[in-house]
Design a binder for this molecule. Structure first.
Ligand code: TMP
Length: 202
C-alpha cells in the first residue's frame, strides 16, 4: 500500500488530538516529509472567518442544520485553497478534524441528521482521508481539559457533558464502521505514549 498522504485526527473536545496532529506532523517532517499541518473549521483564510461564526456565541446561535451548511462551506474552501493544492504538489496533509466531525457533531447529537450530512458531503466535498486517527478519551476528563484552556471558542463544550458522551459513542461507532481508514487510539495515556503509538503509522 502506498503511504497515506491525507491524514486526519478526530475526537471529542479536549481529547488531545491537536497535540497529536502537531506531533505526528513534526515526526513526518523529521523523516524528511513535506507536510502541511492544518485544521477544521479553518485552514484557509475564508474558512478561518467561518470558524469564528461557528465557535463563538450561545449554544443556540445556530441550529444543527445551519451548522452543517456552515461547516461544509468552510470545508469546501479549505479543500479548494489548502488541501487539494498541497496534495497536487505531493505534500502530505495532516488535518486536525475533517468531515467525520460533521458526521458526529452535527449528524448524531441533536437528532439523526446523518443522511443530510452525507448527502451534502458527497455533493460538495467527495473526498475521504487515507488515514484517520480517532482519539478516544473519557469525556469528563476531556471536557475539563477543554474548558480549562479558556480559548473563547467553547460553543460546543458549552453543550455539556451529556453532549460529549454522545459524541464519544458516535466516534466509537464511526471507527468500527470504517476500519479501512480509521485507527482507534486510547487517549487516556500520556501524550508521549500516544505519540509513539501513532508514529508507527508514519
Ligand atoms: P477545535 O479546534 O478545538 O477542535 O474546535 C472545533 C470545534 O468545532 C469542536 O468543538 C468541534 C466542532 N466541529 C463541529 O461541530 N463540526 C465540524 O465539522 C468540525 C470540523 C468541528
Amino acid at each position: 500500500m502506498s503511504k497515506p498522504r491525507f491524514i486526519t485526527f478526530e475526537g471529542i473536545d479536549g481529547s488531545g488530538k491537536s497535540t497529536q496532529a502537531r506531533r505526528f506532523a513534526d515526526h513526518l517532517r523529521g523523516q524528511g516529509g513535506d507536510v502541511v499541518l492544518t485544521r477544521e473549521p479553518g485552514g484557509s483564510p475564508g474558512a478561518e472567518e467561518i470558524r469564528q461564526l461557528l465557535l463563538t456565541g450561545d449554544t443556540d446561535r445556530w441550529s444543527a442544520e445551519t451548522e452543517i451548511l456552515l461547516f461544509t462551506a468552510a470545508r469546501r474552501d479549505h479543500l479548494e485553497k489548502t488541501i487539494q493544492p498541497a496534495l497536487a504538489l505531493d505534500k502530505t496533509v495532516v488535518s486536525d478534524r475533517f468531515a467525520d466531525s460533521t458526521r458526529i457533531y452535527q449528524g448524531a447529537t441533536r437528532g439523526d441528521l446523518r443522511e443530510m450530512v452525507d448527502k451534502l458531503h458527497s455533493l460538495m466535498i467527495g473526498r475521504e482521508p487515507d488515514l484517520t486517527f480517532i482519539i478516544d478519551m473519557d469525556p469528563a476528563t476531556a471536557l475539563e481539559r477543554g474548558l480549562a484552556r479558556k480559548s473563547g471558542e467553547d460553543r460546543f463544550e458549552d453543550f455539556g457533558l451529556a453532549f460529549q458522551e454522545t459524541l464519544r459513542h458516535g466516534f466509537l461507532a464511526l471507527a468500527h464502521a470504517n476500519t479501512d481508514r480509521c485507527v482507534l487510539i486510547d487517549g487516556n495515556r500520556t501524550a508521549d505514549q500516544i505519540a509513539s503509538e501513532i508514529a508507527a503509522y508514519a
